[in-house]
Design a protein around this ligand. Structure first.
Ligand code: ADP
Ligand code: VHF
Length: 393
């Protein structure tokens, strides 16, 4: 896919049927860091307008911790994770009450969905979330999604909602992702730098990730800063979804595809929902090691991994579970769904199709990982699954 022009990408946003709008804590709070009901109402006004114009909208809203800490008598947002989780459980109810009332003015119903990273990792839970969100949208409801902070385990918490919003965009097969924050787009450097300039259009997210100086949150209430927003935009771009990064003050024009903030072009046509899940959400449960020839064939993007090219497997996984395909140097080549249980693979390794049929039976004559069930990755195991480039992006 050649890079489209900015106008074209903006027009895709303007025509989007399903839009995921992520609202950061910094967009819902005042100078004190507490929830600011008037800001929330203004934002809801813009979102309701887009909804009433026919768009199906999913809101991914942060702000539970901001809504809760004042109620519990804390002078500022708590820093330790357990207190944040307890605070979020208090604030989430209040946050929803505000959304409920604000959307009711436009006769729009809202519904709460709280997700943990675990829900997106497990295929069955991912599908459940997909079914529920899709029915809510069919019913005209605006789902309000947040991380299930109280239950999210420390190690795999999203922490910020940027990554979650990109996964939700995949789950609902959104046509646009709009990330609303307290800065009017991506700058060449953190906005506190006097030389920082706004970038209106990003045709190639991969090059921006290499060249722009992004920093963390400077607001004191937000979590990920621009780093996690660009990561979300990368996931969206690789999934065929344009992203708009804009100030919450510009929510209306951003949702209409007007030239505000920064728009990031998609870099490929949308893949299948299953491949998107494998690429961005599935957590591998083991490793299948490929010899040099098989690793090269898989990396070319056209071949399945056959048992003849497998040298071994590690981890405890069942057929259908996500696994890494590594080369013999321990580099990830691909991520895919295994066709076999981990204990079956050693006796299949190195055997050609004819041998498998003769010695193990016809049920063993299919790829260890089928090419339709894998995505190519670039990166070392230590980079972690989430930061590993998928299909080269
Ligand atoms: N290159 C950059 N361009 C724009 N903003 C940046 C950049 N680097 C860091 N930031 C910071 O990212 C912040 C937005 O992220 P964050 O505070 O986490 O907001 P939110 O609560 O909306 O997720 C901005 O206020 C800004 O200070
Ligand atoms: N789930 C948390 C989100 C934490 C957070 O600050 O996220 P963000 O503002 O998106 O960087 C909450 O609702 O407070």
């Amino acid at each position: 896919m050649t890079s489209p022009q900015e106008d074209e990408v903006r027009s895709w946003v303007a025509q989007a049927r399903t839009i995921v709008v992520k609202i950061g804590s910094s967009s819902l709070t005042g100078a004190s860091g507490h929830l600011d009901a008037r800001r929330l109402e203004r934002l809801v006004g813009s979102i309701a307008h887009a909804r009433m114009s026919g768009a199906r909208i999913v809101v991914v809203s942060s702000g539970a911790i901001a809504a809760g800490f004042g109620l519990l008598g804390f002078p500022s947002r708590p820093r330790d994770v357990v207190t944040q989780q307890a605070t979020a459980s208090v604030g989430q109810g209040l946050l929803m009450a505000h959304y409920e009332t604000a959307f009711a003015r436009y006769s729009i119903r809202v519904g709460q969905i709280l997700l943990t990273a675990q829900n997106t990792i497990q295929a069955s839970q991912y599908r459940n979330a997909q079914r529920t969100l899709s029915r809510m949208l069919d019913l005209g409801v605006v789902p309000i999604v947040n991380e299930n902070d109280a239950l999210a385990s420390n190690e795999i918490r999203f922490g910020d909602n940027d990554h979650l919003s990109a996964l939700v965009a995949n789950i609902v097969r959104a046509d646009a992702l709009v990330l609303l924050t307290d800065v009017d787009g991506l700058y060449t450097a953190p906005p506190s730098d006097p030389d920082a300039r706004r970038i209106g259009y990003v045709p190639d997210i991969a090059s921006v990730l290499r060249t722009v100086d992004v920093g963390g949150s400077e607001s004191g209430v937000g979590t990920g800063g621009m780093v996690t927003k660009l990561e979300a935009a990368r996931i969206a771009a690789a999934s065929g979804i344009p992203t708009v990064l804009a100030s919450a003050e510009d929510a209306g024009p951003a949702l209409m595809g007007d030239p505000v903030g920064t728009v990031v072009a998609p870099i490929r046509h949308r893949g299948s929902s299953r491949r998107l899940w494998i690429g961005f959400a599935a957590e591998p449960r083991g490793i299948v090691v490929a010899d040099a020839g098989a690793a090269h064939a898989v990396a070319s993007g056209r071949a399945s991994l056959l048992s003849a090219g497998v040298v071994g497997a590690s981890g405890d996984f069942s057929a259908g579970d996500p696994v890494w395909i590594d080369d013999e140097n321990g580099m990830h080549v691909a991520k895919g769904l295994s066709g076999f249980d981990s204990e079956e693979i050693p006796r299949m390794a190195g055997r050609k199709t004819g041998e498998l049929r003769r010695e193990l039976g016809p049920e063993y004559v299919h790829p260890v990982v089928h090419r339709d069930d894998l995505v190519l990755v670039v990166g070392r195991p230590s980079d972690g699954a989430r930061r590993t480039a998928v299909d080269g992006v």
